[in-house]
Design a protein around this ligand. Structure first.
Ligand SMILES: [Zn+2]
Length: 439
């Protein structure tokens, strides 16, 4: 069901090989290589060539063991302690040695006869290597640079039908089997469609999906997924689209539907990153503390004590107080008659005094259990025109559409993106065979 597009989507990354802070280091390295070549060329006697052919360098590769540091890896690779301060200083110009993860590869390279350390490489990320090389005289013996591997970018397309969940449908597509970060694709689909559909509640068996995304291929052949370019969900027979477009023409952009409306909404879907809903919006529920039936005018998110709470939209702090039931509570006023409320906080964040303007996504406080609460959770309310509404079931104002000035380019790119999508999956085989059997 999934296939690689052979020609259409394939292109080379505009990034290509990129070198940062490489000027001095690489220039010197090349100069040194030139000098060595000149020395070797001096005796021009044929028979001497095999003798003068430089023996290959010796390379020791180590992986950072858990709980060890770069110095220990260098030591284990045979680099004497005398070289460590200068090497670590050179490394520190490119990256933070304390952030290196266990499993990080470290290599040290020596020439043979005379044995001389001529380079250290540290794989700081899947695509980046810090290279430390002789600086060629002067006080600092080493210079460093960061090398970014050239990525080839393929476009990969996939289509399928949901049997139980989107997650399992994507994870089990045979043709995505060699893509190691398939779960990221589901996450990207969720990012693109989160405002239109709740994957866990609104997708049904038989709904179909198709999408196209970039696959970055490293020189060593390993891959990781890149941008989600286009996606279509057919939910109960109607199609939802998310098509990537960058109004500014660079890597900043977003997903838009067929009409050029942003798939984003002016409000974040939820005020906490990691939380699950412990109580929904409902007109009547039994209150666990008051032990009476009353309306629940918001959503409760169970989360760890101290989890940061984000403002779901840009707004102004209009209330910051302590109440008996809400505990520490913050109210924000937003455009177009919306307000949000965040209750039971353990503490407020800086910059949230009444009258302050807060940005969408800005941390305004931390999860607690002040007021009437049985455990740490955030009580979140959304009000429109003075009345509480269900944040999960309200048609929220949309993000900005494709700007009028970019309309022509948008329509062209939209059609290109749609064209790379694979065909929609056909009717389910089981159903087809049942139909023919009943004749
Ligand atoms: Zn609540």
């Amino acid at each position: 069901m999934a296939e690689r597009t052979a020609e259409r989507g394939r292109r080379l990354s505009p990034i290509g090989a990129r070198f940062t802070r490489a000027g001095g280091g690489w220039g010197l390295a090349l100069a040194l290589a030139g000098a060595a070549g000149a020395c070797e060329r001096i005796p021009e006697v044929e028979a001497l060539h095999p003798v003068l052919a430089r023996p290959p360098d010796r390379i020791e590769v180590r992986e950072l063991a858990p709980g060890t540091n770069l110095g220990q890896a260098l030591w284990s690779a045979g680099v004497g302690a005398g070289d460590h301060p200068a090497l670590l200083a050179a490394f520190g110009e490119q990256a933070n040695a304390r952030r290196l993860r266990p499993g990080t590869r470290v290599s040290a390279r020596w020439t043979r006869a005379p044995e001389r350390l001529v380079g250290v490489e540290v794989w700081t990320g899947p695509d980046t290597t810090v290279v430390i090389e002789p600086a060629g005289g002067g006080e600092s013996r080493w210079s460093s640079s960061t090398r970014v591997a050239a990525l080839a970018v393929d476009t990969v397309v996939a289509a399928g039908r949901i049997e139980s969940s989107l997650w399992s449908a994507v994870a089990n597509l045979p043709d995505l089997a060699d893509i190691p970060d398939r779960e990221r694709l589901v996450w990207l689909l969720d990012q693109a469609f989160q405002w239109r559909i709740d994957f866990s509640r609104q997708l049904r068996p038989g709904d179909t999906f198709r999408f196209a995304f970039e696959l970055n291929r490293r020189p060593d052949g390993s891959t990781h997924s890149g941008a989600l370019l286009a996606a279509e969900l057919s939910v109960s027979g109607s199609a939802l689209h998310a098509l990537w477009f960058s109004p500014t023409g660079d890597e900043q952009g977003g997903w838009y539907d067929m009409e050029g409306e942003s798939t984003r909404r002016a409000f974040l879907k939820k005020p906490l990153r990691l939380a699950y809903i412990s109580s929904r919006f409902q007109s009547r529920r039994f209150h666990p503390v008051l032990r009476t039936w009353r309306a629940h005018n918001g959503i409760d998110y169970a989360a760890r004590q101290g989890s940061p709470i984000q403002a779901t939209a840009r707004g102004v702090v209009v209330r910051r107080s302590v109440s008996r039931s809400y505990g520490r509570v913050i109210d924000l006023r937003h455009a177009n008659g919306y307000r949000t409320r965040y209750a039971h906080l353990s503490r407020w964040a800086k910059g949230t005094a009444v009258g302050s303007t807060v940005a969408q996504g800005q941390v305004i406080g931390y999860v607690g259990m002040t007021g009437l609460a049985t455990g740490p959770h955030l009580h979140y309310e959304l009000h429109r025109g003075g009345r509480p509404v269900d944040p999960l079931n309200v048609d929220l104002p949309a993000g900005d559409p494709v700007p009028a000035a970019d309309r022509e380019r948008w329509e062209r790119e939209r059609d290109d993106r749609l064209a790379i999508l694979p065909p929609r999956p056909g009717p389910r085989l089981a159903r087809a065979s049942l139909a023919s059997a009943s004749k």
